[in-house]
Every structure is written in structure tokens, then in C-alpha cells.
Design a protein around this ligand. Sequence first.
Ligand code: ACM
Length: 260
Amino acid sequence: MKIGFLQFSPQFGKKQKNLERVRTLLKNTEADIIVLPELFNTGYTFLNKNELSQLAETKDGPTMKFIHTLSKKLNCAFAFGFAEKQGGKFYNSTAFITPEKSIKVYRKTHLFYEEKLLFEPGDTGFFVFEYHKVKLGMIICFDWIYPESSRTLALKGAQVILHSANLVLPHCPDSMKTRAIENHIFIVTANRTGKETRDNKVYQFIGKSQIVAPNGKILVRVRQQECLRVVDIDPGQALNKKITEHNDLLKDRRPEFYIH
Ligand code: ACM
């Protein structure tokens, strides 16, 4: 399976420009799945719900239509972060869409910082779905700091986690190496790069998008530049949870001793 990420620097509120930038950077990419950053079409720093309301979309909105057109043209599925509007509520969501227009939407479970003033905590939970016979799951940015997010997806059978992000704290890329090892799964983190300054607050996004293998090997990690990377992975590697002939990562858990 050819899987990749697009790291770029969305401009706040410039939706059409951000969509066009994605189309330009993707050119004639050949991949099965591309992951885009969290809130890739709008940018991150909404000042209030009124502003969010102007930029958020329903899951069948113009951004979904745009990405679906791209998906058909490139014959590639996409996971992309967007501000979702539904029934007067807002969610920080990631959509997965295939060329055949099969759509899944995950809503961010663990909101970060002032997102808590804008978005509802996600109500979808962590779920697994299949594409090209590979089991996939989604998390969004700050979900990374809760090992339960990746663990839940691994327990549900995920082989690859699609992780859209707008990271500002420095620890995530290294931590995802551990998340991959402790669950024996692939993790694709598509972060954004660049800076947003709004209301005297500066958000510097750290870049460092990456793809990590089940053995913790970083297959690719970039720096701050806008770029696309695609890696050919064998998702079958994530099915083997044996560490030694006596140790199976998931079967050897002792949940009776864990706090829920
Ligand atoms: C984040 O969750 N966007 C840091």
C-alpha cells in the first residue's frame, strides 16, 4: 500500500487558496491514501464561534466535494481535517473519503487548549474501517497524548492509524514511535507547518510529519518545509503481535489490573 502525507502551511480563513494549494502540491501523485493536516482548509486559530460558524462545513460541504474530485482524479483516498458543522454544533473532525465516495468521519476526542471553547468533544469514539483490505483508524492531533487512543484502535484491529495534526508542542513525533511499537502498527502523522498570529497569540506549528513502522522505525520524517511524501508499506506487518515466542502484545494484557 502506498501511503503518504502532505505537509503544508494553510492560511487562516483562505479556504479556496488552501484547497488550490493542496491541488498544486499533489500534482499527479500516485498513492493509495494521502493524509492531510488537521483543519487543513481553514487554518487553526478561530477567535470565536461566530468566526468558526462562517468557516465550518457540513460533511457534504464544498471541501468534501473538492477532495472527492481530487480523489477520483488521482484514484487515491484522502483523510483530511476540517471544522465540521452539524445541528448548531461544531466538531474538530477528520473525514476519510475514497474515489467511490465512501465517507467516514471521526470527531476529535481530546480537544486541546482553546479548542475547548469552540468545539464539542467528539462523540464518534475510535473506530476501525477497511480500505483495500487494510484496517484503518483515525486520531486527531492531541489525541496522541492519550495512549488509550492508539491502543483502542489497535485492540479493534487497526493496522494503520491516520493522524491529522496541527502540532505546537514538541513531543508528539518521538512519542508516536512508542505508540507504534507498543501496538505494533503503522502511524502516519500529517502535521502542518508555518505560523498563525491572531489576537496577539502566536502559534508556531512544528512540522515533522512522519510515517512510523510497527517496529518503531521512522520510515520518513520531514522538517519544516511544505512537502509530500509517499512510502510503500506492507500493512500485513501490523498483524503479527508476537514480540518473542512467549509474548503477544495484545493477548498478554492484564486488564483486570488496569484502571478504567
Ligand atoms: C492540537 O491538538 N491541535 C495541538
